[in-house]
Design a protein around this ligand. Sequence first.
Ligand code: SF4
Length: 407
Amino acid sequence: MSHAHKTDITIGTSKEVEGVDQVDEGFRVHQLSPSSWNRYEQCPRKYWLSRQRLPRKASMPAVVGNAVHNSVEDICNLDIDNREDDEVGWMPYTAKAILDGHWNNEKVGFMATPRHPRWKDDLITQAHDGLVGALKILCSKSLLPQTKLSELTISDWKYVQSLVLSNEGTLVSECGRLMGRLDLLVADLDENGQSRGWIVADLKTGRPPTGALDPKVSRQLRFYRDLLKRNNSDHPPIRAEGWYSANQTIHEATGDNVIDDAFVAWEGMRPSSEPLEATPGERACGFCEWKAWCPAWWNATGEGTLSSSGAFRDEVVQIIRYDSEGGAGLLERMASVDESGNVSKSSKRFGFTVKDQAKNQLDELFSDGYEGTLFIGSARVSSKVLHLGDWSEIIPWQPILENTMPV
Ligand code: SF4
């Protein structure tokens, strides 16, 4: 059986990135990754703000994804050379122990992240299911006769490991401008178990697609595929696949090479003192974590281009009255005055209730003596009252209009 040797594959470069950033001398080198590319494409300002070292936001879906990815990596790298080949029953408890370790690490990181919602311990079940799903996909790709983890022998897993050519490697273009974290590179077996090429796989712990792959996901997968091709001139055929652990489905990304487009985007992503253009829109702004520092979405809301309704809303407000003990008060929505984030009073006032994390944030701001305008993220609205809790954020409204990083 012939498989590529792991050492034959160039996934990255260890050399220093040279000449990448001479235009802005002294500024950090910038690299395009699939996620920064998506951010830039959705809204250049979102990308620009993401580089301003603003307090980061943690999320439970990211925790689940990280825990699964890191566990798959460890299980692929398990040292089982000295174990008995016919041992069975070892995988379920090994996988569980590895996942538990990563889950605990994730929790420490999550709690230390300045902006984080409530920790949900019960989601470890989802992570566990995701890990089992990912391992089953690996077994089926290796053409093992069964994929039941409890029946896997040590010898089975040694075989799977032999087909994994790389995992969690950093793919970097020769020039250093393009990079991405590659989850898995495995041998693509034909029905006789012969390798006919490589599969670059990205593990997905989110919702599987019902039809075609999301264009962003397709482009991300093709980016890995095309970067691998670029780095390995004598590469065999390469398929790019999204492996959805939730229902163990595999979706191949096909289509044009995306590297030229990536270089064009890289040019536009150069660090700049001036903020990049903002392109507010329902989709881009919906889950944008940089709103408290972006004047554009509030201006667009004021102008009616962005909707201001819905069961959950983001607001820019001034507190009129607040009873900390009772966890309630009155606030006034601030009207957007210009594209710089200046606001003025308005006649729109709402009652609000506040508890848990949002209350801690508000109390802390008050005890620090902050009396300025506030950004409220994700207020639940019912009967014209805003309800703030663990699902919300309260942050000073401080739009950023120039680069705060050393240039
Ligand atoms: S809030 Fe909207 S306009 Fe502002 S940076 Fe985010 S996506 Fe762009």
